[in-house]
Ligand binder design. Structure first.
Ligand code: HEC
Length: 185
């Protein structure tokens, strides 16, 4: 069943009053995803990967869609008792910004933080259990044009979005093959 057909089927079911909860069938951005994203943000803040007093690295030139200047961190983290690989990317702008400008005032140039966290087995084996989130610098979730919070299986079975684009890579990681081998069981 295609995604659109699926949505129509749910809509029809809901109209018929069968009690199908549309919100629970969303691939991403639902209450559970938002709550998990908040827990993940707190863990990252504790680890000084985001928020006040975050550690800095030397930014490098980025490519669309992530920003013109990037900092990326590879580590592991523990969220709600599960430990997994964590990749945090800070996206700086605007277009044309220089490394010196970013270093002089990183807070002013930070546009968003995009994160991949490898969740427990069984979360979504088909996409290697990666949880995706895009935060604004204050830790709130960014939204897509439809107003859906960017957290969870963003872009799964779609033409656009995190998973749609990253699935071009075997392990969903563009930058490296090294870290995940270490972190995965
Ligand atoms: C149109 C393609 C595209 C989309 C959509 C996209 N990314 Fe990426 N992403 C990339 C590319 C290319 C890189 C490598 C860029 C670099 O770091 O120099 C990357 C790198 C990353 C990295 C660093 C790990 C890695 O893959 O090397 C993270 C984390 C990340 N993206 C998260 C996200 C999240 C979260 C979303 C959705 C909100 C997203 N990306 C959407 C293309 C995309």
């Amino acid at each position: 069943m295609s995604w659109n057909t699926q949505i129509l089927a749910w809509a029809a079911a809901a109209t018929l009053g069968s009690g199908v909860a549309l919100a629970q069938e969303m691939t991403f951005g639902g209450d559970e995803d938002q709550a998990y994203a908040a827990d993940l943000w707190a863990v990252m803040a504790d680890a000084k990967l985001v928020g006040e007093g975050m550690v800095r690295s030397f930014p490098y030139d980025g490519v669309a869609p992530h920003g013109m200047m990037l900092e990326t961190f590879y580590t592991t983290a523990s969220v709600n008792g599960h430990s997994g690989a964590l990749v945090v990317k800070r996206n700086f702008g605007p277009e044309g910004v220089s490394i010196d400008e970013v270093l002089a005032d990183p807070g002013k140039h930070l546009g968003a933080v995009t994160v991949m966290f490898q969740r427990e087995d069984g979360y979504d084996p088909e996409t290697q259990n990666w949880f995706w989130a895009k935060y604004l610098p204050d830790g709130t979730l960014d939204k897509n044009p439809k107003g859906m919070a960017l957290a969870g299986l963003v872009g799964k079975n779609a033409d656009v979005g995190c998973i749609a684009c990253h699935s071009g890579e075997d392990d969903y990681l563009f930058t490296t093959d090294a870290m995940v081998g270490m972190a995965m069981k």
